[in-house]
Design a protein around this ligand. Structure first.
Ligand code: ZN
Length: 81
Protein backbone atom coordinates (compact mmCIF):
# COMPACT_ATOMS: atom_id res chain seq x y z
CA UNK A 1 0.00 0.00 0.00
CA UNK A 2 2.69 2.44 1.03
CA UNK A 3 4.75 1.63 -2.04
CA UNK A 4 1.99 2.69 -4.45
CA UNK A 5 1.63 6.07 -2.82
CA UNK A 6 5.36 6.75 -3.12
CA UNK A 7 5.34 6.00 -6.87
CA UNK A 8 2.56 8.55 -7.47
CA UNK A 9 4.49 11.24 -5.61
CA UNK A 10 7.65 10.51 -7.60
CA UNK A 11 5.81 10.82 -10.93
CA UNK A 12 4.24 14.10 -9.84
CA UNK A 13 7.61 15.56 -8.85
CA UNK A 14 9.11 14.47 -12.16
CA UNK A 15 6.26 16.09 -14.13
CA UNK A 16 6.73 19.38 -12.28
CA UNK A 17 10.44 19.37 -13.10
CA UNK A 18 9.67 18.98 -16.80
CA UNK A 19 7.13 21.82 -16.73
CA UNK A 20 9.71 24.10 -15.10
CA UNK A 21 12.39 23.18 -17.63
CA UNK A 22 10.13 23.98 -20.59
CA UNK A 23 9.59 27.51 -19.42
CA UNK A 24 12.91 29.14 -18.68
CA UNK A 25 12.44 32.20 -16.53
CA UNK A 26 13.54 35.36 -18.28
CA UNK A 27 14.58 38.51 -16.49
CA UNK A 28 16.07 41.84 -17.49
CA UNK A 29 19.85 41.95 -17.59
CA UNK A 30 21.24 45.48 -17.36
CA UNK A 31 24.55 44.53 -18.91
CA UNK A 32 22.99 42.72 -21.90
CA UNK A 33 20.27 45.36 -22.20
CA UNK A 34 17.61 42.72 -22.81
CA UNK A 35 15.54 39.98 -21.24
CA UNK A 36 17.63 36.84 -20.84
CA UNK A 37 16.97 33.31 -19.57
CA UNK A 38 18.37 33.14 -16.07
CA UNK A 39 20.22 30.36 -14.30
CA UNK A 40 20.75 29.59 -10.66
CA UNK A 41 24.44 29.26 -9.71
CA UNK A 42 23.83 25.53 -9.21
CA UNK A 43 22.32 25.12 -12.69
CA UNK A 44 25.13 27.17 -14.23
CA UNK A 45 27.70 25.01 -12.46
CA UNK A 46 26.02 21.83 -13.69
CA UNK A 47 25.94 23.15 -17.27
CA UNK A 48 29.58 24.17 -17.19
CA UNK A 49 30.66 21.02 -15.39
CA UNK A 50 32.32 23.02 -12.64
CA UNK A 51 31.63 23.60 -8.96
CA UNK A 52 29.26 26.36 -7.81
CA UNK A 53 32.32 27.91 -6.17
CA UNK A 54 33.92 28.35 -9.61
CA UNK A 55 30.74 30.05 -10.81
CA UNK A 56 30.84 32.49 -7.88
CA UNK A 57 34.44 33.33 -8.76
CA UNK A 58 33.42 34.16 -12.34
CA UNK A 59 30.63 36.34 -10.96
CA UNK A 60 33.07 38.17 -8.68
CA UNK A 61 35.49 38.77 -11.55
CA UNK A 62 32.65 40.33 -13.56
CA UNK A 63 32.81 37.66 -16.24
CA UNK A 64 29.26 36.51 -15.55
CA UNK A 65 26.35 38.93 -15.28
CA UNK A 66 24.18 38.67 -12.21
CA UNK A 67 20.53 39.62 -12.00
CA UNK A 68 19.36 41.71 -9.07
CA UNK A 69 16.17 40.19 -7.72
CA UNK A 70 15.74 42.10 -4.49
CA UNK A 71 16.04 38.81 -2.64
CA UNK A 72 19.12 37.01 -1.41
CA UNK A 73 18.97 34.62 -4.36
CA UNK A 74 21.75 35.15 -6.87
CA UNK A 75 20.75 34.58 -10.48
CA UNK A 76 23.05 34.40 -13.44
CA UNK A 77 22.43 35.80 -16.91
CA UNK A 78 22.67 32.96 -19.41
CA UNK A 79 23.71 35.47 -22.07
CA UNK A 80 27.04 35.92 -20.27
CA UNK A 81 27.44 32.26 -19.60
ZN1 ZN B 1 23.66 39.63 -19.29
Amino acid sequence: MGGKRRIVITIEAHRLTIVRARRPVEMWCERCGKDVPILTPEAAAALAGVSPRAIYRRVESGELHIIETGTKALLICSGSF
